[in-house]
Design a protein. Structure first.
Ligand code: ADP
Ligand code: ASP
Ligand code: MG
Length: 408
């Protein structure tokens, strides 16, 4: 008998029947004798709808007011779920992020959790109540509401599990667990029984939205016992842990796709020391996160540097580069935002030199051109044309998992 944190995503609480279903899962766990804390997302597309509503009134609304608005979605689902549990005759209390002790920094719309003061939650658990907590939000040092970034309820749940020293953190969603690729788009994708924190962190960062990447980072840091499973099927899910058992054959654990990418190239930079430093320190000052970087070999005393960034940073980055054009002294900026980053992740690839070649061969056979490559010990990413993105994921997945699938 211990503390279990259960997180339910937007699809899992999308309507009355689903809220009742979630209430059933929570109360079944409670009946087994556990202390249960549930963290809920906003219902269905509520957060998107609120963003649209705000844009109708003020397309340039301040981030503070946006957070004030967006945090309400989670309050609705939590109150409704608590009401459903009341009808079932169990003691229950719903709490907002601030009531549950989430203290964050002041980066509205993308706030980081600084600490959790769990006294209120613990007091409710002591009274044997089921506690329902709004995901995605906290308060800053001014007592203003902040939100944690899209998909942030996963991070709320893991952070609460860490603060409460919970025995288990279950992330209930609309798929059975973590798959080798997004099961909605990739034929032959299959569920993994286990995955290592490091691999999942890469997959989440590289576009697999099934977990918010900061939730995985936090789970690893505090060694949270994490599981991803379906709120609909009742089947066992995927365990995320320090070291995962893997089939010997699987050098690759998953394929991810990220379309939120833009590529910039600075053409005709001077081929002399300090250019990369000047360029990237400027971008760091602008708080632009740079991902893949490619520098050409100098020729005729000039060189080119290409790099990728998030699409939402494109306008700001271009502006900063143009403003400092004289200092950087490039001939031209070339921008392409019709690109996608496709990545493979696997702790087993470091000892298997053929993995990169296998990925490139699959793309070559499909006639897909690669414009940039980046590698680390456990991942390889390539930049391709956005129109090729889905096909690229499929052929790469077939290449690495086709044989395993045939044997299954
Ligand atoms: P929730 O609302 O429960 O937080 P999300 O929509 O954020 O759910 O995440 C679940 C979705 O993640 C799935 O419906 C699936 O389409 C997508 N997804 C992307 N990559 C993967 C993957 N490797 N394994 C499982 N699901 C994935
Ligand atoms: N409701 C928020 C979103 O849609 C947070 C979450 O669901 O995790 O991004
Ligand atoms: Mg999510």
């Amino acid at each position: 008998m211990g503390i279990i944190v259960q997180k339910f995503g937007g699809t899992s609480v999308a309507n009355t029947d689903r809220i009742r279903n979630v209430a059933r899962i929570i109360t079944e766990t409670y009946r087994m004798g556990h202390s249960v804390v549930a963290v809920l997302s906003a219902q269905g597309d509520t957060t998107d709808d609120l963003i649209e509503k705000a844009a109708e009134i003020n397309p340039n609304a301040s981030k503070r007011e946006m957070d004030m608005l967006l945090s309400t979605g989670e309050q609705i689902s939590c109150a409704l779920c608590a009401m459903a549990i009341e009808t079932m005759g169990y003691p229950v209390t719903s709490l907002t992020g601030w009531q549950a002790g989430f203290r964050t920094n002041s980066a509205y719309s993308d706030a980081r959790i600084k600490r959790i003061e769990p006294e209120r939650v613990l007091a409710e658990l002591d009274k044997k109540a089921i506690v329902i907590v709004t995901g995605f939000q906290g308060i800053n040092k001014y007592d203003d509401v902040t939100t944690l970034g899209r998909g942030g309820s996963d991070t709320s749940a893991v952070a609460l599990a860490a603060a409460l020293h919970a025995d288990l953190c279950q992330i209930y969603t609309d798929v059975d667990g973590i798959y080798t690729a997004d099961p909605r788009y990739v034929t032959g994708a299959f569920k993994l029984d286990e995955i290592a924190y490091d691999e999942m962190l890469e997959l989440a960062t590289l576009g697999a939205q099934v977990l918010h990447n900061r939730s995985v980072e936090m789970a690893k840091r505090y060694n949270v016992n994490l599981e991803v499973l379906s709120s609909f099927s009742g089947k066992p899910g995927t365990k995320v842990k320090e070291v995962a058992k893997n089939m010997e054959k699987m050098h690759v654990s998953g394929v991810a796709k990220d379309k939120n990418v833009a590529r910039l190239a600075l053409i005709g930079l001077a081929d002399q020391p300090g250019i990369a430093f000047t360029l990237f320190s400027l971008l760091a000052k602008e708080k632009v996160n740079v991902d893949i970087i490619l520098q050409s070999i100098g020729r005729d005393n000039t060189k080119d540097i290409s790099f990728t960034i998030k699409k939402e940073d494109l306008a700001r980055t271009k502006e900063a580069l143009e403003e400092h054009a004289a200092r950087l002294n490039f001939k031209k900026i070339d921008v392409d935002d019709n690109v996608a980053k496709i990545s493979i992740v696997g702790a087993g690839m470091v000892n298997n030199p053929g993995v990169a070649a296998g990925m490139f061969e699959a793309l070559y056979n499909a006639g897909i051109n690669i414009s940039m490559i980046s590698t680390s010990e456990i991942k390889i990413s390539v930049l391709v044309d956005v129109v090729d993105a889905e096909r690229a994921v499929q052929v790469i997945h077939d290449r690495f998992f086709g044989e395993i699938n045939a044997e299954r």
